[in-house]
Design a protein around this ligand. Sequence first.
Ligand SMILES: [Zn+2]
Length: 700
Amino acid sequence: MLIIGLNFIGNVRKGENLSKNLVIVESPTKARTLQRFLGKEYIVEASVGHINNLESGYGAKYTGPVAGVDKDFEPIWGLEKGAVTRINNLTKLAKDCETIYLAADPDREGEGIAYHVANALIEKKQPKEKFKRVVFHEITEKAVMEAFENAGQLNMDLVDAHIGRRLVDRLVGFSLSGLTSSLLRLKRLSVGRVQSVAVSIIKDKEDEINAFIPKEYWNINGEFSMNNIQYSAKLHEIDGVSGKDLVISNSDEASKAQNELESLKYKVNSVKSSTRKTKPRPPLTTSSLQQDASSRLRLSPSRTMSLSQQLFQGINLGSGEEGLITYMRTDSTALSSESLNEIGNFIQNSYGDDYFAQRKYKTTSANAQEAHEAIRPTSINRTPESIKSFLDDDQYKLYDLIWKRTVSSQMSESENKKTTIITISSDEKYKFKSDYDELVFDGFKKLFPEKETEKMPNVSENDLVNLESIVKEQKFTQHPPRYSEASLIKTMEDLGVGRPSTYASILNTIKEKKYVWVINRSIYLSPIGNVLVEEIKKDFSKEFMDYKFTEKMENDLDSISNGNLKRSEFVKSFWKNFEPIKKNYEKRSEENPRNPSEYNFIRTNIICSSKSPCINSETGKEFEDNDRPLGLESLNASLEKLPRMVWIRFRNNKGDGAFLACEDRECKVTADESAWAGFGRRRSRTLEALKNSMKEKSIH
Ligand SMILES: [Zn+2]
C-alpha cells in the first residue's frame, strides 16, 4: 500500500542523510493520524489554535478606522497569547528539515491558518522556498499520499478571501460595538455582522407571531362501518364547498351540521388510488448535516461540527487512527466517481440490484474551489455496526447518519400507493374523505424505516355504510412555528447568509450573548436581541440588515477566492458605503441615548407568591416547561397587580450574567435565570427550586 509514499519519500531524500520533513497541521489528533501514514521521515506537528489575530485591546495602534485595520485597509496582526512558545517550538523543528509542509484543512480558513504559520516561521529566518502546501479532503493513506505527491503553493486568493472576511467583520464589529456601548451602555454587547442578521431573521418571525390572531374553527369527523369493517373520515365538503374553502367557524355551525349529518344515510362514493414515488435526498453538505443531526439526533450544530471533526481527523480503530469521513465543511453534494463505484457495489451486494439507482450530483455552489465533495464515509464498506465498538455514542449516531444518507442517495425510489375514499351522504350534500398511504416498495427507505400507517378498509364504490358517530372538535389556527436551530440554518442557507464554516459559530454566538434563548428546541428572541435589531434597523435597515446585502458580501468573498475580485477593492468599497451610515448612527444615538433599564430589568410573567407559587400571569396557571418566557399580557387586572419575578442582567469582571429576582426589594426570592429562559431538564429543575424558594421566602 505504501508504494506511492515510498516513491515520493525517495524523491525528497537527498544523499545518504535521512533528511526530515516537517508537516504542520492544526490539531494533535490530525497529527497522529497523518504521522501513521507518513512514517519516520516526517515530523508531524500541530500548530494548535490561531497564531495571530487582528490587533485589538489597549496596545493596539489606531492608524486606520478601527484597531487592527490600517489606513490603507490592510490588516495589522498581533500575536495570540501563547503563540510565541508554539512558534519557537516549530522553528526549532523546522531548522533540521528540508521541506515544511503546510497541511491545514482544505478551505479558506485552513489556507489562512497555513499562511499565518508560514509567515511566523519566515520571520524566524526560515527560507520561503522550504514551504509547500498540501491539500486533502479525507485523511486516508491514499488521499494523503496523493496530496503529498501533488504538493504546491499556498493559494493566495483563498487567503485573501479569508482575510477579507476578517477585515470586514472587524470594521463592522468594532464600529457597532462602539455604538452599542454608548447606546446601550453595555461594554460587552458586541455585534457581529452576520450574527445581527441572524438575530434579525428571528425577530421577523417573533413579530409575525406577535401579530398573529388565532381563529376558531371546527373539525368534524365521522366513524363509519360496514359488516365488521370500521373506518373514520373527515368532513370534507358541504354543498360543493370543499377543502380549504370549507370553514366551520363556530360551535353553532358545528352543531347544526352534526344534527343534519346524524339524520342521513351514507354510501361509498369513490375509491381512487395512485402511485407516488419518492426520491432519496442528496448526499450531505455541512448545512444539511447540521439540520439532520439536529432534527433526528437532537445534536446542536456546534456539537455536530465537533463530532464530525473528530470523525474527519481520525478515530483509532484498533490498528491506529483512521479518518472516517471526508472534510465536514462543504456545500457540495457531489460524490467522487471512485466512491460512486464503491457505493454501487455495496448496494448491489447487500440489498440486490432492485435497490440500486446511480445518481450523480453536481456542485451547484458558485464557490467551486472550496466545495469539493459531499460529506461521506471514507469507506462505505466500513458499516456503522462494524466500528460501533470504537466510537462513543454520539460519534456512532452521527457516523450512522452520514453513512445512511450517503448510501441511500444511490438507492432506488420508494413507491407508495395512495388511496382516497370519499363517503357521501344520501342527499349528496356532504362528503367525507379518508386518505391511506401504503408502502409498495421500500427502496432507499430500507435504511430509514417508517412507522406503519393505518390499513385501508376493504370497501368499494357504492357500498352502503352506517354512520356510527360524529365527533366534532374545536380548534384554533396556530401561529407560524418558531425557528429551531435546524430550520434557522436552512433559512440562512436559502437567504445566502453565512457559509458552511460559519453556521455553527453564528448560532453559538447569538446564544452566548443572550440575543436569543433556545427553549425546548425553539428559538425565542430575548429583550436585548429585540433592542439590538430595533436599534440597528433604524438606520441600517437598507444597507446593513438587509439579507441581500449580506448575500452580496458572501458572493464578493467567493469572487475573491476565485481570483475575480481584489481584496483591497472589496474592503475599501465596503467602507465607503458603511462609514456615512455609521456616522449618522453615532450622531443619532448621542442625541437620543437609550435607557438601560429597558433591557436590563425585564418583568417576567412569573408571579411571586408563597401561597400559589410560580403562576404565569399570561395563563393564570402554574408556569410550565413549555411556557414562553416573554409575553407580558396578563390574563386579568388582578393578576397584573401581583409582584413578578424580574430578569436582571449584570456585568462583573467575569463577564455578563443574568438572574431572576422578585421585583419587591423587601422580598428575597431569587433564582437562576434558566427557570425562565432555560431549556429542557435544566428549566424544570430550576423552576422547581424557584417554587420551593417562593414557598419559604416569599413575603406575598
Ligand atoms: Zn416576592
